[in-house]
Design a protein around this ligand. Structure first.
Ligand code: C5P
Length: 199
């Protein structure tokens, strides 16, 4: 059985938390597609070559979660040739037997426009910066500036800009707990997939 859940939204909105919870509850495979772009940027050299040669080992580096790696990722992610080198892998993953959940910026709009469930997870830049700052520390004002800068780059690029798919369920997590956000997301999956049992 193939079943794809596409989750898009800006940095630190809660996509990964929701995606992992859905993967757990419904037994889906999970792909954090941001990690692909982070690994391409971290590899250095020609980014298109890096995307074409990306290996599991590249994704296992322990320096991919930093703010700097996120900024570098959003720069290489604006290159159409990098995006197209990563497309087939993501599409194949999306059709994993047993179902898959992918989170990123263009999953519902470009990678899997036929996904059975599309979610667009967002929250205010201030709340997202707070969340990121709690994880990485440093200067909150600087973290907020970086969140805004990355939003502008991801939403403003010509190729696959971040935006909600027309048929996406919007989840604004600004005033939600994690449990509330996960339960809205789970309800959207169950609505399309009532026969899947959840623990
Ligand atoms: O989600 P994450 O913060 O790890 O993504 C890092 C960067 O990778 C994003 O800011 C975005 O520029 C890029 N990205 C993308 N398309 C995706 C996933 C991530 O362009 N599907």
């Amino acid at each position: 059985m193939e079943f794809t859940v596409a989750i898009d939204g800006p940095a630190a909105a809660g996509k990964g938390t929701i995606a992992r919870a859905l993967a757990d509850r419904f037994g889906f495979a999970y792909l954090d597609t941001g990690l692909l772009y982070r690994a391409v940027a971290a590899k250095g050299g020609d980014p298109v070559q890096a995307a074409e040669d990306l290996s599991a080992q590249d994704l296992a580096r322990d320096d991919l979660r930093t703010l700097a790696a996120g900024q570098a990722a959003s720069r290489v992610a604006a290159l159409p040739a990098v995006r197209s080198a990563l497309t087939d892998f993501q599409r194949r993953f999306a059709r994993t037997a047993g179902g898959a959940v992918l989170d990123g910026r263009d999953i519902g709009t470009v990678i899997c426009p036929m996904a059975e469930v599309k979610l667009y997870v967002t929250s205010s830049p201030e709340v997202r910066a707070q969340r990121r700052w709690r994880e990485v520390g440093g200067d909150l004002a600087q973290v907020l500036a970086e969140v805004r800068e990355r939003d502008a780059r991801d939403m403003g690029r010509a190729d696959a800009p971040l935006r909600p798919a027309e048929d996406a369920v919007l989840i604004d997590t600004t005033d939600m707990t994690i449990d509330q956000a996960v339960s809205v997301a789970s309800a959207a999956v169950r609505a399309r997939f009532p026969e899947r049992t959840t623990p």
